[in-house]
Ligand binder design. Sequence first.
Ligand code: ZN
Length: 316
Amino acid sequence: MADNQDKLKQFDEFEHRLSGEIFETPSKEEPGREKSSWFKRRKQGILTTTSEKKETPDGLWVKCPRCKHTCTKLELNENLDICPQCQYHHRIGSSDYFAILFDNQQYTRLFDDVVSKDFLSFTDLKNYGDRLVETREKTNLNDSMSVAVGKVGGFDLVVAAMDFNFIGGSLGSVMGEKICRAADYSLDHRIPLLIISKSGGARMMESAFSLMQLPKTLGRLSLLSDAKIPYISLCTDPTFGGTTASFSMLGDVIMAEPGALIGFAGPRVIKETIKKDLPEGFQTSEFVMEHGFLDFIIDRKELKQKIKQLLDLFAS
Ligand SMILES: [Zn+2]
């Protein structure tokens, strides 16, 4: 027993010395004497400058922002970017949605040649033209929206999906033009249209040109409605500003991913305006659905099956 206690004490002492702390327990033979550490921190605090710090490679591990569960990027990808523990839906891009939805991941991309231009010579922290070039290189995308056509469960579907990593999925003139062209394609070929929204709102660098996309897209979508061609809207995290104020809320069927934030202005702005605390879960898809803005909430894993069901229903 005494042997065991001695060993524990030795182990404890070893751990303390290794961490550079002074071992505080005085020895029996010489009471009050402190043994010196093997390693000593001579200067206090972390002295490495930020520029000298070594970065961990990005994208190997992912931490869930909701439940803090950590898993590998690969594990998360295999689970369609849904947290295996709390079902939090991580943000994914347009090509991920195309891969999830289209049969055998086969589809044709449309209108990739439409690209943004800095026609106002707008400068905020950066020149808008430079920002566009930089973002294109970084994301490998032409703009915040991609359009593709293919088969979903055997039914033809045009899908227009947004990318949040391209200037916050902002609604600029290219997004508006691509939605119109996608609607035209749907009209010409009599194929239903799905728009997947993931946007922070209007692209301020395009000023009024950005706002003009609202009536422009709505006009074109109303032609679909006249021709009785279904338009489905899927709101994902986040769906805000100009998108909520226009096409995202006007589908024949409006659905959302669980826990997605959907609204017009952000909660801070609303709170400051109405001078009241906001209810719990404000602007989540569950809250928005309870208040009658959505038809249903759909888990990403069931998305394809649900869309197939809807297309089947519309076809008959
Ligand atoms: Zn989680």
